[in-house]
Design a protein around this ligand. Structure first.
Ligand SMILES: C[S@@+](CC[C@H](N)C(=O)[O-])C[C@H]1O[C@@H](n2cnc3c(N)ncnc32)[C@H](O)[C@@H]1O
Length: 243
């Protein structure tokens, strides 16, 4: 498998502030470095995908990685269950093109497939394990219940949804405190103040967080029987929903 490993310096000059963030070719080229330096616990969330897939994947069923980007979550599933049938879906042409070239062998062996689609229009079915790693935050608020309903319907009894998201707190003092700590996290990882603030501007209105409770309530609303928090790292969470 080939990786690009290019360093994220997209916002270094600050001349991109004002432009809305998009998962285009430029972001695709630096994506691994960007997500690793910006999302506390990202690698742990991938390890949890391996662990939970091993526990809940049912042979002969489908496993979906919705908003797959460069297929890191898909690969985490295959690491623990090489026999799994994994389908990664993303609406970024640049991301899917890169997946198709990186994972050529796994695709030929039919363990993995990638679709360039809007997940709100994709057909998902016969699933025992669905992972949605840092995607819901990029959907319109009005679409989120529909996505959850769709996931719930596609899951077989005993199946699970594993979701990672950035969250906010209802309490503004707490939100501000965690915001500052997250800012420090990025700064320690080599981003300058200018890069951090330019990226924040470009994500304005594109990345819309909800609270942890909002996600749990949505799970209950669409019919998930149980849910739990399995990872909490600053303002990022991984939640599990059981059908
Ligand atoms: C933060 S990235 C996901 C990271 C990835 N899951 C991982 O674990 O490395 C969000 C991805 O969601 C995709 N996306 C956003 N809205 C989408 C939609 N409506 N349908 C399909 N993909 C979407 C973006 O193109 C982007 O690649």
């Amino acid at each position: 498998m080939r990786t690009m490993g290019k360093q994220d310096n997209i916002y270094e000059s600050g001349n991109l502030s004002g432009l809305p963030f998009a998962f285009n070719k430029e972001v695709t080229e630096v994506f691994e470095d960007m997500i690793d330096r910006s999302v506390p616990g990202y690698k742990t969330s991938l390890s949890l995908i391996s662990l939970f897939a091993k526990q809940y994947y049912q042979e002969g069923t489908n496993c979906y990685d919705l908003g797959c980007s460069l297929g890191a979550s898909s690969l985490s599933v295959l690491k623990s269950i090489p026999s799994a049938r994994v389908i990664g879906i993303d609406n970024s042409k640049a991301m899917i093109e890169e997946c198709l070239s990186r994972f050529e062998t796994l695709i030929t062996n039919q363990s993995l497939s990638f679709l360039c689609e809007d997940i709100m229009k994709s057909e998902i079915r016969n699933a025992s394990f669905i992972t949605v790693n840092y995607l819901v935050q990029f959907l319109d608020l009005a679409q989120r219940d529909n996505l959850f309903k769709k996931i719930h319907k596609a899951l077989l009894p005993g199946g699970i949804l594993l979701m990672s998201e950035k969250v906010h707190y209802e309490n503004s003092y707490e939100s501000n405190r965690i915001f500052k700590t997250h800012h420090k996290f990025k700064s320690v990882n080599g981003y300058s103040q200018l890069e951090i603030s330019s990226k924040r501007d470009s994500l304005e209105g594109v990345l819309i967080t909800e609270s942890e409770d909002d996600h749990f309530l949505r799970g209950r609303r669409v019919g998930f029987e149980r849910s739990a928090k399995v990872l909490s790292n600053l303002n990022f969470r991984t939640l599990i929903f059981f059908k």
